[in-house]
Design a protein. Structure first.
Length: 329
């Protein structure tokens, strides 16, 4: 028997996605003990439909962002394990069982599986997150063909909270998600806090799920771009050590400027600028004192993560963004 699991589903509209996901959770080979839908004021009857299926619903009355929704679900959860799952994910029937089995066997603090693109199931949506010195993140495997490289279990530091299983105790140790981020990169911030405290997890590739991706707003919606652009600066403010401009300034300038070029290509340049300006204005309020040992741990983590990012890009063919980034830095 496996330990009981609470599944937390942050949700806003897209009733059809929610009902599909609930059906797949009911069909898990190791079904969750409880499912908690945290509804952000949906206007399509999502909350009522979930309750009719016997699911517990936390009604927020508005949309405060992904981080606040997840936090409300974690507070409401009663089980020692918590699975956070986006409403546009379709897990395989053994997804939860494989994550639990691997996490308990390895004594891991969290476990994430392989996400494949729903529209192109032979293409990877993401495996785990890697962060660069620029505070720009690559969801490893995104856009790459599925294959042996993505089918190897491994230790990971940054769990993507699209579909991840975590020990509830971990939130007692490092805190809940930072609601300053609202949505996007809040999981990277959480992963960095875990890594700097020595809490790591595992990647379980045989725990597979399919993901639509940015189903609510869209990948390059101006609000999505604004928040990501801002939250990149928030990561710098919270985690980059004193004097980081001397060590990482050029990489930060190149990486975030190139991300702005991506936004420009998708018609979202003003959103990128608005996000950067908001991040800069709020930078000082998010800075915290840094003990020397934490600086050393972060430097080591960034070097390890960026080296792995470079290795995987070389093995699978460079995306133009990362090709330019590494050429210039």
């Amino acid at each position: 028997m496996y330990a009981p699991v609470s599944v937390v589903l942050p949700h806003w509209n897209r009733r059809e996605l929610l009902l599909r996901l609930l059906k797949h959770l009911e069909g898990q080979s190791a079904p969750p003990e409880e499912v908690i839908v945290v509804d952000a004021g949906s206007e399509d009857g999502s909350a009522d439909a979930a309750e009719r299926r016997g699911v517990r619903v936390v009604r927020m009355g508005g949309n405060p962002g992904f981080a606040a929704l997840v936090n409300a679900g974690i507070r409401a959860a009663h089980c020692p394990w918590v699975a956070i799952v986006n409403n546009d994910v379709t897990p395989q029937p053994d997804w939860l069982e494989r994550l639990l089995e691997a996490a308990e066997k390895e004594g891991a603090w969290f476990a994430c599986g392989l996400l494949l693109e729903e529209s192109r199931p032979n293409q990877v949506d993401g495996a785990f997150d890697l962060i660069s010195r620029a505070a720009c993140v690559w969801r490893a495997g995104n856009g790459k063909a599925d294959g042996p490289l993505w089918r190897q279990p491994r230790r990971v530091h940054l769990p993507p909270l699209t579909a991840t299983l975590l020990r509830k105790q971990l939130f007692d140790e490092v805190g809940l998600l930072d609601e300053h981020f609202e949505s996007y990169l809040e999981d990277v911030d959480f992963g960095l806090r875990c890594a700097l405290r020595g809490f790591c997890g595992i990647y379980v590739p045989n725990a597979a799920a399919y993901h639509v991706g940015s189903a609510t707003l869209g990948r390059w919606h101006p609000e999505t771009v604004r928040r990501i652009s801002r939250n990149q600066v928030f990561l710098l403010a919270k985690h980059w050590p004193p004097g980081w401009a001397g060590r990482y300034g050029w990489a930060v300038l190149v990486g975030q400027a190139l991300w702005g070029v991506l936004a420009l290509r998708h018609g979202a340049a003003w959103a990128w600028l608005a996000g950067k300006w908001e991040g800069i204005r709020r930078y000082r309020s998010l800075r915290r004192p840094w003990p020397a040992p934490q600086t050393a741990r972060l430097v080591g983590l960034l070097e390890e993560s960026e080296s792995e990012l470079l290795r995987l890009q070389r093995q699978t063919g460079f995306d133009w963004y990362w090709k330019l980034y590494f050429s210039l830095t």
